[in-house]
Ligand binder design. Structure first.
Ligand code: 4BW
Length: 147
């Protein structure tokens, strides 16, 4: 990237920093929580987006939400996983951002969220912006400013 002032850098659109949808692990509405736990465990991520068949964003689901749901009085009731749908457990209260939004907006949001979902028209899922990507870009920018 060309050297730009910090002010200009913060105004850059996030488009070029997005992890594209095809690289983002996700589950679909209607999947059961056993499938979701499998995807979360296999990928190693603690939370992933929930999409519908048309790739529209509906929520996010985490390992913690799933284990909370099947927590019995003195044991985790794994046998209930296949009868509980992702839709019943996921959070619908998530932060989304538009690909034309600025790096600064993403930075502000990523203080409190490990990742934010990037959506287009009608909430079509385009990908995610993560803390890791933002930290890498900030590091680059900081080092450039020291030169
Ligand atoms: O499997 C992993 N591969 C890599 N390269 N890094 C990982 C992996 N699992 C975790 N990490 C690291 C990343 O630095 O731990 C951080 C926290 O992971 P998380 O939140 O709690 O699972 C990761 O930080 P990040 O890259 O800034 O990602 C922030 C959050 O974004 C992750 C996860 O919830 C989500 N995420 C990131 N990449 C994803 C993804 N979700 C689905 N698919 C992806 N490709």
């Amino acid at each position: 990237m060309l050297s730009v002032s910090s002010r200009d850098f913060l105004k850059l659109p996030i488009k070029e920093f997005i992890i594209p949808s095809e690289k983002v692990a996700h589950v679909q509405l209607g999947n059961n929580t056993e499938h979701a736990l499998l995807v979360l465990t296999k990928t190693g991520y603690s939370s992933i987006p929930v999409l519908d068949m048309r790739y529209r964003m509906h929520g996010m689901i985490s390992v913690q939400q799933i284990t909370d749901e099947i927590l019995g009085l003195d044991r985790i009731e794994y046998e209930r996983l296949d009868s509980i749908k992702v839709d019943e457990v996921m959070t619908r209260d998530f932060v989304k951002i538009n690909e034309r939004d600025t790096f600064q907006r993403a930075l502000d949001l990523l203080i409190n969220h490990p990742y934010v979902c990037v959506v287009g028209d009608e909430d079509t899922f385009l990908g995610i912006m993560t803390r890791r990507v933002v930290m890498k870009q900030l590091k680059k920018q900081l080092y450039l400013s020291l030169d």
